[in-house]
Design a protein around this ligand. Structure first.
Ligand SMILES: [Fe+2]
Ligand SMILES: [Fe+2]
Length: 218
């Protein structure tokens, strides 16, 4: 499905720019660079990762899963991913004023690094859970409901220009991996697993899927 392919490609760029943000924050904290690119990081994460990408999932993909594939938006993966979008937005709100603060004191510098770490760590696990669980399940369940493509709105000019900011930032700032972060596949990497979501099998599988599964076990 083209929508899911595009969302995956957007994840790739968001992930790359998250690695660049970690580099930027670390270098800012050491006084090795100015605040010049801070505003571009803000535009990218607010407008491309948030207003475009997260909103596209919430406005196009999740309603289709609820309406066509009869998956409840009130609990389970859909509710969990929406909640994660809100949690990340809160961290970004706190990070926002530090991104292009010229006179960065010692406390501000520590906060910049901490918040960039929390934000990008949450984002990485969110992306892994969407890529490895949400998107494959969505493709399957929408196909079963005869939904082969989903159309949403087109990106606004300012969103496209925020994407260009991201491409430039990813090239300008080397990628720093999140040394303390856990990346991977399956519900186990999802920040909501075991707290607000019981996992995709418990939340989404119906009786016949469980039967088929136990038949395979034989
Ligand atoms: Fe998402
Ligand atoms: Fe996503």
């Amino acid at each position: 499905m083209r929508l899911l392919d595009e969302l995956r490609a957007e994840h790739d760029l968001i992930d790359r720019v998250a690695g660049s943000l970690r580099t930027f924050a670390a270098r800012r904290a050491k006084g090795e660079c100015g605040s010049g690119d801070g505003a571009a990081f803000r535009r990218f994460f607010r407008l491309w990762a948030g207003a475009w990408h997260h909103a596209r999932e919430e406005e196009t993909l999740f309603p289709a899963l609820a309406e066509k594939a009869e998956l409840s938006p009130a609990h389970g993966p859909i509710a969990a991913f929406v909640e994660q979008h809100h949690e990340m937005a809160k961290v970004l709100d706190a990070l926002d004023p530090l991104l292009d603060l010229d006179a960065l004191g010692e406390d501000d510098a520590r906060r910049l690094v901490d918040l960039a770490t929390v934000y990008t760590r949450e984002l990485g696990r969110h992306i892994d859970a969407e890529n490895s669980v949400l998107f494959p399940e969505s493709e399957l369940r929408l196909r079963q409901a005869n939904v082969l493509e989903l159309e949403g709105r087109a990106p606004a000019d300012e969103e496209l220009s925020a994407r260009s900011d991201g491409e430039r930032l990813a090239a300008a700032w080397p990628f720093t991996a999140d040394a303390g972060g856990v990346r991977g596949e399956g519900c186990i990497v999802c920040p909501s697993y075991g707290t607000t979501c019981r996992g995709v099998e418990a939340e989404w599988w119906n009786d016949s899927e469980w039967e088929e599964f136990s038949d395979h076990l034989g």
